[in-house]
Design a protein around this ligand. Sequence first.
Ligand code: C5P
Length: 395
Amino acid sequence: MSSSGYLRGRRIALCVGGGIAAYKTADLTRELMRAGATVRIAMTPAAREFITPLTLQSLSGHPVFTDPFDPAQDSSFGHLHLPRWADAFVIAPATADLLARIRAGMGNDAVTTALLAFRGPVLLAPAMNTAMWENPVTKANVAALLADRRFRMVGPDVGPLADGDVGAGRLAELPKIVAAAAALAEAGPLAGKRVLLTAGPTREHLDPVRYLSNPSSGKMGLALADAARARGAHVTVVLGPVSEPVPDGLEVVRVVSADEMHAAVMQRLDGVDVFLACAAVSDFKPAQRAAQKVKKDAAPAQLELVRNPDILLEASAKLQGRALIIGFAAESEEVLAHAQKKLAAKKLDFIVANDTRAFEASTNAVTVLGKDGSVKELQGEKRDLAAKIWETVCR
Ligand code: C5P
């Protein structure tokens, strides 16, 4: 694989610890960016003794998170923003002290508070004096962290150290750290897969200004799309009219009506590995659409409606045996019973059942039903929930 571009679209939180190798994170920032990543940085107080936040801010192009007690920092890019934004954390240099604090679950500086709130993969790049590295306490801390599969390690390398010793403790060579950061996402089940997803509502126009629709915000679908991208998938979203901001790194096809959504999906089924229908498609459309705005006194007392195509049903028939097929079921009563029926009728691998009241909310509680009879209840912020849904269906 060429070294350029293989972190394209990835968001990396680079956390800098306080050791002499911290000076190398200036170059590491550039190398990660050269490989295509967007990099945001957090620093421990000790790291700032070795390299300034201004250096790393200038190189990364983003303010550096150094102080969870600074209201300006914390409210805009601090300890909850960084973990929500990042696809992966890279800790370099991971000093003995920082490893100990991470292992203990402490949150006493910018790095550890942000890391505590992160659910994704973490790459540790230790660097320290050999005796510190070989200290049984450090060894135990590293072993305990690596027992959690979210944590990976690169290095430390063996060689001359800043203190004149020769031994284990050098920060791994930067290309090795970049490759290991890329491997964090590439190890996952969605890496390199093509994911096609529908999201948002559809609008079924009666005339140029009036339409039938529903309050779907597109939040859940966009969160699922972003979470798949973060796991290395190439994601296409066929998106109904929503005001929700669209995350970077997705291929987006904007549509308005169910017919347009149907056409956009059918044209894109070739080579799809996962099809996920999250859109709240209008089941009906007006039998006629007036070219001009209908005058009040000319409006019919009753609307004639016709059925829209069932996009998921058709896509599922075409993709059987070739792709993982996932639907949503938004119900206002007997949620699970209805979802179970749709799982079978539309020949899905999974259906994600939720209550229609979740449409506009930023949190949700869902039940994921599998065709193998599996049942998993999940809840949370839509962004966290998206990660949990992918974990469940990729198992
Ligand atoms: O049958 P029901 O509309 O409740 O099924 C919901 C699932 O089917 C959702 O995944 C939704 O995106 C999808 N669907 C569709 N086309 C329709 C109606 C629903 O793709 N016309």
